[in-house]
Design a binder for this molecule. Structure first.
Ligand SMILES: Nc1ncnc2c1ncn2[C@@H]1O[C@H](COP(=O)(O)OP(=O)(O)OP(=O)(O)O)[C@@H](O)[C@H]1O
Length: 570
């Protein structure tokens, strides 16, 4: 049994994690959180809310998981949210082509096309790991779950593959809520769905999982962070792209230095790396098993300009990505602007000044035939450009004779022939800008598993979860030393008193006291309270600490305050 098996065995037996649909044979890629699992997961999420909503001042929204086609067409997911798939010609089992290659030969598959992946499979004679059969063609497989909305044929829809889009499409309302003042942060926590091709890594790769995402909207030219000074001296283990390409390892560097040297693109990304580290440490992830790995240029989405993953070390799977922190620029907002025709910019007030502006229109006589259905999208893209964006466009057009615009996953080349441009003078008191977005995206299930693994301790006579009291699902167990002399009744009253005071406590009177301690330790209960003979005389109980096994006598009337001071980190 490796560590993963030990942790999962405990998780299953004691009500943390269960295989879904088990009585019908189960399906890979789904997991049930049992009674303790739900409590622990909620505690992790509460800590997330405490850090980002209470302390950072962001707000949370909740949008539907069922998403109409148009939204995910505009975001690029319909066309691009795919993984390469390959089928074994013999047993018909499907695999992710890039994973199957990387498992068998030391090749970076990140930038390879479908054809190139197929060539590698042929060249190295990579065979089906299940039956040794030969593989067929490598194809694209879209990871979204398809659904239809309403009866009959209904409207095409999908289960959302990320929570972020729900925030982008409400941008207009959100900007109004924040009175058009940048920067502002919006959080969404909830289920996301990805029809992963062959999820073979337990809770690490699920088909339905919980994300906690932050979309932090900033002025495109202002990516310094107001509170960067507070974190600039924090030293983090970094694995920059250059180090990976040159085969070098991790460097420990302060965030201030990393930004100054241009290793981290700007202060806002660095600030969120610091917040991520704090959050992970606060819930109890081992700080020595966290690193920040920068995406390689070919790994990053084409619209992102910098991306760092917080990776956490696990015994079986090595380093796994648990949080992705990316500067997604204005890609999402501009795509939704172009596809919906809505203006998703904010007006940033400034000094009154006269500017040269341009009125840019499409030359419909020419463009209709060339761009066909896309003409409307290009039209609304141009209509919503701010003054400086238009200036850039005209400048590029004059210099190069053409300009390329990117809308969603498509790009279009425009020449003078396609456009009618008129120079006008205008007095403005500010400018419309489409904000850029910095996105820290947390995978709660992966973090949950890593936390269980990092908390798992083995000693000669016991195995236990060293969960922080604040995070542990059950804070205290109350035992009667013997099942007579009124001890059970008193122990139950103490349990009820603790619950009444919002401290989750349980009562246990079965088996020897030693065994009860072991059971509580195994699920990570930080305190065990025993009612014994002395309790009946002086109203004190023993409180045993899970980790040290030391016991203290505490007056019953002081028990709530005593436990509170140990549980809360406030
Ligand atoms: N299938 C999944 N199961 C569980 N968590 C996931 C899954 N896919 C993504 N996540 C979590 O959501 C976070 C943000 O999602 P993102 O789209 O950046 O992941 P990703 O880069 O596609 O992940 P991967 O490369 O592992 O598939 C990830 O850091 C991860 O923690």
């Amino acid at each position: 049994m490796d560590l993963y098996d030990k942790v999962m065995d405990l998780a299953k037996r004691r009500g943390y994690l269960w295989s879904s649909f088990e009585i019908y044979g189960g399906i890979a890629g789904f997991v049930d959180y049992g009674p303790l699992g739900c409590l622990l997961k909620n505690n992790i999420i509460n800590k997330f809310r405490e850090r980002f909503i209470v302390k950072e001042g962001f707000y949370e929204i909740e949008s539907p998981t069922v998403t109409p086609y148009e939204v995910l067409k505009a975001s690029g997911h319909v066309d691009n949210f795919t993984d390469p798939i390959v089928e074994c010609k013999n047993c018909l089992e499907n695999f992710r082509a890039d994973h199957i290659i990387e498992e068998q030969v030391d090749i970076d598959t990140e930038s390879l096309s479908l054809k190139e992946l197929e060539e590698v499979i042929k060249k190295y004679n990579i065979r089906c790991p299940k039956c040794g059969g030969e593989f067929g063609e490598v194809k694209k497989f879209n990871l979204m779950f398809v659904t239809s909305i309403g009866p009959g044929k209904g409207r095409r829809g999908f289960l959302r593959p990320e929570t972020a889009q729900g925030i982008f499409i409400q941008f207009k309302r959100l900007a109004q809520f924040f009175r058009n003042k940048l920067p502002f942060g919006v959080v969404q926590i909830g289920k996301s769905y990805r029809n992963e091709i062959s999820p073979r890594q337990g809770v690490i790769r699920l088909r339905e999982f919980t994300q906690a995402e932050i979309e932090y909207f900033v002025h495109p030219e202002k990516k310094e962070h107001e509170k960067f000074d507070e974190v600039k001296d924090l030293i983090l283990p970094l694995l920059p792209a250059e180090h990976q390409l040159e085969g070098k390892g991790i460097i420990k560097m302060s965030l201030g230095e990393a930004v100054d040297k241009g290793i981290i693109r700007h202060q806002t990304i660095a600030y969120f790396m610091a917040q991520t580290m704090k959050f992970l440490e606060e819930i109890g992830i081992d700080r020595e098993k966290i690193r920040f790995r920068q995406h390689l240029p070919n790994e990053m989405a084409h619209y992102a300009i910098d991306c760092w993953d917080a990776e956490i070390y696990t015994e079986r799977f090595g380093w796994i990505e648990c949080v992705g922190i990316a500067d997604r620029t204005d890609y999402d907002l501009k795509s939704h602007m172009a596809h919906s025709g809505e203006d998703l910019s904010v007006f940033v007030e400034g000094e009154e000044r006269e500017v040269e502006d341009y009125e840019i229109e499409l030359n419909y006589k020419v463009v209709g035939k060339i761009f066909k259905k896309d003409t409307k999208v290009i039209e609304s893209y141009l209509k919503n450009l701010g003054v400086s964006d238009k200036e850039k466009l005209v400048k590029e057009l004059n210099e190069k004779g053409e300009v390329e615009i990117c809308i969603g996953d498509k790009s279009f080349k425009l020449t003078n022939e396609h456009l009618k441009i008129e120079k006008v003078k205008r007095v403005i008191k500010g400018e419309k800008v489409v904000p850029h977005v910095i996105e820290p995206s947390f995978g709660i299930d992966r973090i949950f598993y890593c936390l269980l693994e990092h908390s798992y301790r083995e000693e000669e006579d016991r195995a236990y979860l060293d969960l922080k009291p604040e995070i542990a699902p059950i804070k205290a167990y109350v035992f009667p030393l013997v099942n007579r002399e009124g001890m059970p009744e008193l122990a139950k009253r103490i349990r009820d008193m603790l619950r009444e005071n919002k401290i989750i406590a349980e009562y246990d009177d079965s088996g020897a006291i030693g065994r009860r301690y072991m059971r509580a330790d195994e699920i990570g209960v930080p305190f065990c309270i025993t009612v014994d003979g002395q309790t009946l005389k002086d109203n004190t109980v023993t409180v045993r600490d899970r980790n040290t096994r030391e016991q203290e006598r505490v007056k019953i009337e002081e028990l709530v305050d005593y436990l509170r001071s140990k549980i809360s980190s406030l």
